[in-house]
Design a protein around this ligand. Structure first.
Ligand code: SF4
Length: 342
């Protein structure tokens, strides 16, 4: 299989459902193409047919069935088996993951049972950062895994489910009942934002965020603050709308000011000039003027034009140079208020 056929396979098997937009879908497809290309280039030289891919297994551990699917099993030239599990995480996990991960010793046991030999290596292959993490599982690791499986199965049988804090807690359907997050305002707020807390309990959670169960004055302050910010945003929007209407009226009627019962609004024009940075630099640098306006802004340029530069150039001469570097100019209009009541 060459690279283009591999990428064509991606195209053939691609499912378009579930993306928020066409752009997002294209972004993911592009990521997929780049991961496959990298994978192909890195592995084509040493490629041999795997012993198994997507291999289903069902292990019996003292009456407890553990089932799963192993991504890939390789048999190397010397007869050693390697279990490979592909990961699409964006980042590498901490190094301890390979030692503590329960999945790998289970795969080790499953491969040993299916192929009759203990795998030499178990590997997590992180496709995005393009890194592998490998380990050898010892008899002690396998024994520990068996005990863990039996303990977990026993707890499930007895309906004993100890909560275990993990990165998905904010999406857990049981977070309202979970004892370990009872007083954790951050995670409860996240869960509420994810819709994992029923409306009826929102007020309780709001209060527990502030460490009390009553309606404290600080909560009122926070609520009022939000209300004010919201109304400020609304007012800003309305002010912009009114400004646009007034500008438009003045423009149509060629007015420089307009009166209402509360005062007069004057309409002025503001010119913004855009310079060609490189050109301006090449013109001013030989005369040592560039340093004076190293960050080109209207104030420093105005000073330069008004006060002149160093001995050789007058303000008028500098103005000519600066003028020739103008790229474009914009005029914007502003309103200033004269309040009759003051
Ligand atoms: S919130 Fe859910 S997932 Fe997290 S520890 Fe509690 S029960 Fe477990």
């Amino acid at each position: 299989l060459d690279l283009s056929s591999l990428l064509q396979e991606l195209e053939n098997r691609w499912l378009s459902e579930g993306y928020e937009s066409g752009e997002l879908e294209q972004e993911y497809k592009e990521k997929g193409r780049s991961i496959l290309t990298q994978f192909y280039n890195d592995n084509i030289e040493t490629f041999t047919l795997p012993l198994a891919v997507e291999k289903r297994f069902a292990l019996d551990i003292e009456g407890v069935t553990v089932s799963g699917i192993i991504d890939r099993v390789d048999k190397h030239m010397n007869g050693d088996l390697e279990i490979i599990d592909y990961k699409t995480n964006g980042k590498l996990p901490p190094k301890t993951r390979i030692a503590t991960d329960l999945q790998l010793p289970i795969y080790h046991m499953a491969a040993q049972e299916m192929f009759g030999i203990a795998p030499k290596k178990v590997t997590l292959y992180f496709l995005v950062p393009n890194q592998k993490m490998s380990a050898q599982k010892t008899n002690a690791d396998i024994e520990k895994t068996r005990r863990t499986i039996l303990t977990v199965a026993d707890c499930i049988g007895k309906q004993k489910f100890q909560p275990y804090k993990n990165p998905l807690c904010a999406w857990c359907d049981f977070i309202e009942l979970c004892p370990i997050h009872k007083n954790d305002p951050v995670i409860l707020a996240k869960a509420a934002a994810n819709g994992k807390i029923s409306n009826g309990n929102n007020s309780g959670i709001k209060n527990s965020r502030n460490g009390n169960n009553g309606n404290s004055s600080i909560e009122h302050a926070v609520d009022e603050y939000f209300e004010l910010i919201e109304s400020l945003q609304e007012q800003r929007k309305r002010i912009m709308q009114l400004q646009a209407d007034i500008h438009s009226y003045c423009e149509t009627n060629k007015l420089e000011s307009i009166c209402g019962s509360k005062g007069e609004i004057k309409r002025g024009a503001r010119r913004t000039t855009h310079y060609n940075y490189e050109k301006l630099r090449s013109l001013l640098e030989p005369s040592g003027l560039w340093e004076k306006i190293i960050d080109v802004n209207s104030v420093s340029l105005k000073n330069l034009l008004e006060n002149g530069g160093i001995d050789q150039l007058t303000g008028a001469e500098i103005a000519k140079l600066v003028e020739s570097a103008v790229e474009s100019q914009e005029i914007s209009y502003y309103l200033s208020i004269r309040d009759e009541s003051r």
